[in-house]
Write a protein that binds this ligand. Sequence first.
Ligand SMILES: [Zn+2]
Ligand SMILES: [Zn+2]
Length: 465
Amino acid sequence: MASKRVSRRRVLKAAGAAAVGGASAVLGGDKALALSEVEGQQGAPAVVTNTQAGRRFRAFVKYSTAPPSVVELRARALEGRLIAVRTEAAQTCYTTVRQVLLPSANAPNQPGILGHGGVGIVEAVGPQATRVRVGDRVMVAFHAACGACHNCLWMRSDQCVNRGNATAVPIADLDGRTLMSADNTGMCELMIVQEEHAIPVFTSVSSVEISMLTCVGGAGLGMATTNVPVQIASDVVIFGAGPVGLSALQGAKIKGASRIIVVEPVPYRRDLAMKLGATHVLDPNQYKRTPRVRPANGFGRDDARFDDTLLDHIRELVKQPTDRYWAGGGRVGPDHIMEAAGGDQMPPKEPAGPDPTGITTLMQSWELCSRVGTATSCTVGQPENAFVQIPGSQFGDSARHWWVGTAGGTNDRRDTPRYVRLMETGQISMKALASRTYPLDQTREAYQVCADRTVVATVVTPNIT
Ligand SMILES: [Zn+2]
Ligand SMILES: [Zn+2]
């Protein structure tokens, strides 16, 4: 990181001088002042509040082969673009349940805080931070959105490369071991992150509700409202009614989809999907999928490789009023498929789907999609040695679009404010997905019920006991 180092001694010395001279940026009794007063740098609007060094805070940390636990850390001084955010709410992403609940074969190289982002109040900023101010409420996104790297410039900030190891700097200490800044955070009283993760939110919507946008909710909304051209009266199928799928459902509804069909094995999740706007809910365990015997002359270009009664049923549900080609007919299958099921990280207590690897739903997404439609996936947990099979003759020359991954195209910096507006107007409800809140000491329990799938999602509120 090419930053000009500002020493604590010089800052404090300059702060004293600035106080005498009436510098404007003194905040809350901290010795803080405009950076330009310190090092003669011009135009830096940031505030230096290098008073975090030694501050003790608790966090849910993985530091050995044992599952993570709540420990006390000591903050380092804020350097560069680091900011310190007092955490109000952080959602427990299903992606990490194994990491949280099970011991690991190897200890991590460095201790690490768990979590995929959170929401809180900025308490201090490093000398080079410019995007947020002390006192701002911010969403700390799991993904950085630097706005400067190649992927950000090409409108895929969910693939921002200025993240994780690329920008890691020391943030805290644990018994002589150093914690580095990282994408993972949230399960802690204080989030110390690079400012490119933080998006100010100016709203009365609760932090618990906004915290659902970090990772899961933003990913689901992004699937339906960014890259994928969901149009009015289109037919949408969503595999999986967890927080990602239920967010995608709400996004599809806003975009004006007429039929929204949700495929989900857990009964209470199907009920919630109906409440949130699904037109049909289907239990995948009620259907059969069997490989077809290869005909003597081989499969044709569009031949299905499987007899799949679920897909047949969905095709029937979205059947057009006419199959006359000269009268607008000819579409087979829904316009848009959103795959939000993924692989099972752990056996759930609620009913599991037919394929715990998550590979079948990926293949069904392709097979079911209209030839001119889109299929998008935003899931993890598929085993590394499992492969999706799509006939090359279809993949090589098909008009189907496949949009894949990460945050479903959400650009947190661009999209969070508009998602928040949709919450303010009641057009989407993230409250419905945040089933329960837990104090920091019960972070493990919060992840456990998430792994069990007995709730849609849980939120940890680290500064509320
Ligand atoms: Zn996540
Ligand atoms: Zn970037």
